[in-house]
Design a protein around this ligand. Structure first.
Ligand code: COA
Length: 263
């Protein structure tokens, strides 16, 4: 790990509301650059959230003035391509991608390079109006390598994605909102309250069903339309087998709030 920070506090975890874990990237002196150690701790917390039936949604945000300013440039300089193809590092990205519960990114400042790619793996992105987004890798002789070149165009279209990737330009939260990169830009002091409000709404739903909904929407970014519709049908049929599916229908019929059990 670059830097002198203790290895055990690169992520701080809290339970700000029922059903929610909030994970703060905590390497503020390095603008939360995604060192191997930080990513490993993030994964550890995600595994815990995954195994905890009481958790319905995870919020990721950053301490200090950044969400995350990208991959750790010092590590890349020291280890060269080994820092990129590191199987542990790649495994973390794959595991975040496969994380089944909904993830909300609360982008508090810079979301650059790998920081933006991390936000793009989240299911909902809310940002402070002071946040800035970029793929600045081109300025240091590189380009996004953790999903950015594939996910960005799917959200903002080819022309704007190319402009971002080829120039490394900073994009304000308001422009990011207009381009469909994020769902909402809010006042800085509203960021966490709003992210937690969205996360709480999600966590109140059936934790057996929200992962199905997440998989179905994600299929839209991965599959051609016909196959995506088939996948949606397959997941819908599978979800009918859950107790919560029946409870939701029954509660509506009986004009009462559903009592979801997460199964
Ligand atoms: N990896 C490692 N360290 C990083 C980093 C990264 N991606 N981004 C920032 N840091 C470190 C800086 O080296 C600096 O550390 P130091 O105080 O030990 O020198 C600290 O974080 C603060 O950054 P600094 O550059 O001094 O802040 P700034 O306000 O002047 O500039 C940025 C902010 C975001 C514009 C600038 O830090 C930057 O361009 N970062 C790199 C972004 C990038 O290219 N990301 C993609 C990486 S592939």
């Amino acid at each position: 790990m670059s830097g002198t920070q203790a290895q055990d506090d690169l992520i701080t975890a809290s339970r700000p509301a029922p059903g929610i874990v909030q994970l703060n990237l905590n390497r503020p002196d390095k603008l939360n650059a995604l060192s191997k150690a930080l990513l490993a701790q993030l994964l550890d917390h995600l595994h815990k959230a995954s195994a905890d039936d009481g958790i319905g949604c995870v919020v990721i945000t950053g301490n200090g003035r950044a969400f995350a300013a990208g991959a750790d440039i010092s590590d890349m300089l020291e280890r060269g391509v080994a820092s990129y193809v590191d199987t542990d590092r790649l495994g973390v990205w794959a595991a975040i991608e496969a994380f089944s519960k909904p993830l909300v990114a609360a982008v508090n400042g810079y979301a650059l390079g790998g920081g933006l790619e991390l936000a793009l793996l989240c299911d909902v992105i809310v940002a402070s109006k002071t946040a800035q987004f970029a793929t600045p890798e081109i300025k240091i002789g590189s380009f996004p390598g953790d999903g950015g070149t594939q996910r960005l165009p799917r959200l903002v279209g080819k022309s704007f994605a190319m402009q971002m990737v080829l120039t490394g330009m900073m994009v304000s939260a308001e422009l990011a909102e207009r381009k469909g990169l994020i769902s909402e830009a809010v006042e800085p002091d509203e960021l966490l309250p709003r992210a937690l409000e969205i996360a709480s709404e999600i966590a109140r739903m059936s934790s057996a069903i929200t992962p199905y909904a997440k998989r179905a929407v994600n299929a839209a970014f991965e599959l051609p339309l016909g196959q995506g519709i088939e996948e949606e049908r397959r997941l819908t049929v599978e979800a009918f087998a859950t107790e919560d599916r029946v409870e939701g229908l029954r509660a509506f019929k009986e004009k009462r709030p559903p009592q979801f059990k997460g199964r």
